[in-house]
Write a protein that binds this ligand. Sequence first.
Ligand code: ADP
Ligand code: MG
Length: 450
Amino acid sequence: MKHDFLWDKAKKTLKETEPSHAYSTWFEPIGSIGLSGDTLILEVPNQFFFEWIQSHHKETIEKGVFKANGGEINIKYTVSPDGEGEEPTNQTKTNWQTKPQTQRQKNKNINDKYTFASFIQGGHNQFAKAAALNVSETPGQQSFNPLVIYGGVGMGKTHLLHAIGNKITEESPEKKVVCASSEKFTLDFISSIQKNRTVEFSKSYRIADVLLIDDIQFFQGKEQTQEQFFHTFNELFQSGKQIVMTADRYPGEMIGLQDRLLSRFKSGLSVDIQPPDFETRVAIVMEKAEVNGLKLPYDIIELIGTHIKKNVRDLESTIIRLLAHSSLSNREIDYGLAKKVIKERIGSSAISDLSIEDIVRRVSETTHIKEKEIVGASRKMEIAEARQISIYLCREILGTPLVSIGMHFGGRDHSTVLHACRVVENKTKKDQRISALVGELKNELSFALN
Ligand code: ADP
Ligand code: MG
């Protein structure tokens, strides 16, 4: 029997026996890529998926395949070479393993998932990405050396650093890329002292054509290590080798680092990464959902993007939690589940059960203007005013994204929504009647939140 035929047959059985959301989340995305002797090789979208089905659906899959095959058969899994737009090579297809994380590792200190292709660009990281790309195309160029990428936790600094490493390794395999966190550098140094191998230690870093050091803030207060790093830095720098570092803040603001080290760090280019803006967060959620084999409706994507604001790592883990919740509770990922997961992450006060409809209803009761008119197109003054107040309250109380508000109010675009919010804001400052009305509604509705 051909492998794809066998797997299709097994999937049909699973589709009949498993709940439909479980089927579409965990079985549908699995593909078959070959039959090797008495082993069927299945391909899953990512490592998380692999671990999840190993612990939750292993036997179900085995039973399904057993039934389709009409007898014993082994199953092995491989993780799909990730969605970086390249076709899976023959090598990755045949080099399957049960523990696939060791696939295609060229440099064990560089994570091959962190590439430029999988890095989503937005206003907050545009400059950092451009600088990183530039450095990987022309490493060692004076004005970008050293390059320091700095910013808060989970902003993508490590991702960019490794992307540089991956690109250079791929395009110039002859170049030696050395990549380490500053902690690893420190540990390597300490253990070299213990073992009397400091010469080897120095050498292992000084042979680099490109030196990538993550999180240099951990050098703070470690005088001896800083001394070592200073020498490594100078030697590489003087021979025109590229150095890239990441840090949690602008190098000039770091305490506990020697001045001479800081002035070296500042002599090149320092670029920061800011927290992602709303549009970028939505783009990231879409991408991460897709990578995790998860189809999310747009309103859920926006809900996540609206409420999980701080960093990209949180966005990613929210999606993973959603997957886990859906599977544990045997429930489709719907708006309610998404809300629940978000509440767990950010605390229930930050996200409400109140809906846009509730707000419109309340405004309608107070102003005696019909709900239909409030969300409609009329430009009559009192109707437009009730509409603007409703829009303002949705934004203020629910924190609903402008786009979603616009959709609820007759498909208005986000600039109209923004305009309405500004109008009301101004009026509350000047017009007592409006200010009292808005204040009252706001109190009442906010009270309904708790
Ligand atoms: P940092 O080093 O700044 O703390 P990381 O580079 O470890 O942050 O990023 C945290 C997670 O978020 C990683 O899984 C990374 O792939 C992902 N990530 C961060 N920024 C982006 C981005 N712009 N596009 C795609 N993924 C991102
Ligand atoms: Mg990092």
